[in-house]
Ligand binder design. Structure first.
Ligand SMILES: [Zn+2]
Ligand SMILES: [Zn+2]
Length: 246
């Protein structure tokens, strides 16, 4: 059995998301208290009611890179706004962020109920050079062809998230996440775990993600959150990718 100690939380929301409760300072301080070394601050993109405007994401460079001893990646959880795979922030803003996740949200894009459409949209999002990771791809509200999405992630060097929160808020996610983890394991590509915390008490909570990864014998070396140097390498490769394409 693998021992997994996760030191990075790549999916966290602050009060700026409009339905979350802690400031960036409170999130970072809670992360430090739990022994995390890095968090990505990933508030919802502007298409979600109550979420920040686009300029908020440009202004993230006002944040120091380290808060309370924890490195802070400036990020977003962008909304997929149509089945063409368009996002709710322009590429010019996305490309300047450290960590860009994108995902389906029922309140922004009503589920199509069509696995083919969902899969095609997600593959287009994965192909977007500004996107680093897909948030909660295991959401049963948007069924996908998991092996096809995992192959796209492999082709473009992108990450699929094993979202800790989904197990509690999206019934049916756990089995999908297990299948996603198994596909990534078979392809030898990394995954990221995110708490999806909407309050400081939840930062760094990974129990469900870890149990899913363990259940499929997922290799520790392919869990990106286990070391700052692994994440630094991913971000370095991302910068190379962006300099070539955007
Ligand atoms: Zn939210
Ligand atoms: Zn989300």
């Amino acid at each position: 059995m693998i021992a997994l100690k996760l030191v990075i939380d790549t999916h966290t929301h602050t009060i700026a998301s409009g339905h979350a409760f802690s400031t960036i300072q409170e999130m970072a301080s809670a992360a430090a208290g739990k022994g995390l070394r890095m968090i990505a601050t990933t508030d919802h993109g502007p298409a979600m009611e109550g979420a920040p405007v686009a300029m908020f994401f440009s202004a993230l460079n006002l944040l120091p890179g380290v808060i309370g001893g924890v490195r802070v990646l400036r990020g977003v959880e962008a909304n997929i706004i149509d089945y063409e795979g368009r996002l709710d922030l322009p590429q010019g803003i996305l490309k300047r962020l450290d960590f860009v996740m994108a995902g389906f949200h029922e309140v922004v894009l009503p589920p199509s109920g069509d696995m083919g459409k969902n899969t095609e949209a997600l593959i287009r999002v994965i192909a977007n050079p500004c996107v680093d990771a897909i948030s909660h791809p295991g959401n049963p509200g948007y069924p996908i062809d998991i092996p096809a999405v995992a192959r796209a992630a492999s082709e473009y060097g992108k990450l699929l998230e094993i979202n800790n929160n989904s197990v509690m808020v999206r019934p049916g996610s756990e089995e999908n996440c297990r299948r996603i983890a198994a596909s990534c394991r078979d392809l030898g590509i990394p995954v990221v775990c995110g708490s999806d915390a909407h309050v400081s008490f939840g930062v760094g909570s990974f129990d469900h993600s870890i149990s899913i990864l363990k259940s499929v014998g997922f290799p520790e070396k392919l869990v990106l959150n286990t070391s700052v140097s692994k994440m630094a390498k991913f971000l370095n490769d991302k910068r190379k990718r962006l300099s070539l394409t955007v």
